[in-house]
Design a protein around this ligand. Structure first.
Ligand code: GDP
Length: 364
């Protein structure tokens, strides 16, 4: 599955947010048996009203949403790259994630100490980003000598890697994150293999006071501006509100959100933003037994999409019976879509679209 690491300075609301996530997951666990909980890992269902609609039409006995994993990565403080706080463990945890949710304190509260002494979201972001860049710099500098030796021989891969590493070093020494590196499509794989912390896409989570949950505040506006410049994604959330919502039932939740003038829970927005950030889409498998959502990268072709369910589906892939979500709903399900000529037979080259309802044919 896809993993999103939660980082941020101490006292910005990470744990509050993470606990809300896992409480929500726990509340969902009754309905969704696949949600599991570990101390610092929360697996949450990706809310998708389309799945409810599909299960209703197919009278599915069970609904299985797709999931996104959040990992609470504590211990990032100024000096973490030098081993302050939980330094190294922190770095190992963050390396394993696909994306970073960076929680930024955008609330004023004189009772809650700010580690840097004042509320300054952009400076906070820089502090964290600097630690990550220093860690990347360190890890590349450790590798560059042995790579250079290998590249002197006739190791073509090493030459390519060395070139990439040197360019990344220039950038990092200039105080820029690795994700800003200009690179060719064919270098993408080698770049990902470097496992750099600052190469991961970032989602800024502006933690605001309750009264600003709807529209944000001046602090969150600064963060949004910065996200825009970087081509990153940002969301406004009130960790306090989320922790209250997490304890409510579905019906109570709706009422509570209404009184606050909010359309949906911030966590739902956060999960969706994570989805967007990772450029993920959903396809469905639907039948009387279950209606289920599956996550793939945008641009994935049918065999690889089938492989998410089972490797045999990918190896023996023949074709995919495919119905667009809108057609499935408009024509009242599979039989109606078939009669209406909206069930397509797609081969190996088909790029799966968000919302496709699929049925894979394969040889075993
Ligand atoms: P972490 O160190 O980043 O994990 O931060 P915590 O989640 O432990 O939060 C630190 C303190 O700030 C706790 O006392 C929280 O109750 C409080 N806190 C978190 N979010 C908010 C918020 O939106 N507004 C206010 N006033 N306090 C908050």
């Amino acid at each position: 599955g896809f993993k999103c690491g939660i980082v941020g300075l101490p006292n910005v609301g990470k744990s509050t947010l993470f606990n809300a996530l896992t409480e929500t997951a726990a509340a969902q666990a009754a309905n969704y048996p696949f949600c599991t909980i570990e101390p610092n890992v929360g697996e949450v269902a990706v809310p998708d009203p389309r799945l409810d609609k599909l299960s209703e039409i197919a009278k599915s006995a069970q609904i299985i949403p797709t999931r996104l994993t959040f990992v609470d990565i504590a211990g990032l403080v100024r000096g973490a790259s030098q081993g302050e706080g939980l330094g190294n463990q922190f770095l190992a945890n963050i390396r394993e994630t696909d994306a970073i949710a960076h929680v930024v304190r955008c609330f004023e509260d004189s009772d809650i100490t700010h580690v840097e002494g004042k509320i300054a979201p952009l400076a906070d972001i820089d502090t964290i980003e600097t630690e990550l860049m220093l860690a990347d710099l360190d890890s590349l500098e450790k590798r560059v000598d042995s790579l250079a030796k290998k590249a002197k021989g006739n190791d073509k891969d090493a030459k390519e890697q060395l070139d990439l590493v040197n360019r990344a070093l220039v950038l990092l020494r200039d105080g820029k994150p690795a994700r800003a590196l200009e690179r060719k499509a064919e270098e993408e794989r080698a770049f990902a293999m470097l496992g750099l912390l600052t190469s991961k896409p970032v989602l800024y989570v502006c933690n605001v006071e309750e009264s600003s949950a709807k529209d944000g505040n001046n602090f969150s506006k600064q963060v949004f501006e910065r996200a825009k410049q970087e081509g990153a994604v940002a969301v406004v959330i009130s960790a306090k509100i989320e922790s209250e919502i997490a304890t409510l039932s579905r019906e109570e939740r709706k009422d509570f959100l209404d009184t606050l003038g909010l359309e949906e829970a911030g966590l739902d927005r956060l999960i969706r933003a994570g989805y967007q950030l990772l450029d993920l889409i959903t396809y469905f498998t639907v039948g009387p037994k279950e209606a289920r959502a599956w996550t793939i990268h945008r641009g994935t072709k049918t065999p690889a999409a089938a492989g998410v369910i089972h490797t045999d589906f990918e190896k023996g892939f023949i074709r995919a019976e495919t119905i667009a979500y809108a057609d499935y709903v408009a024509l009242g399900g599979e039989a109606g879509a078939r009669d209406g000529g909206k069930l397509r037979l797609e081969g190996k080259e088909y790029v799966v679209a968000d919302g496709d309802v699929m049925h894979f044919r394969f040889n075993n």
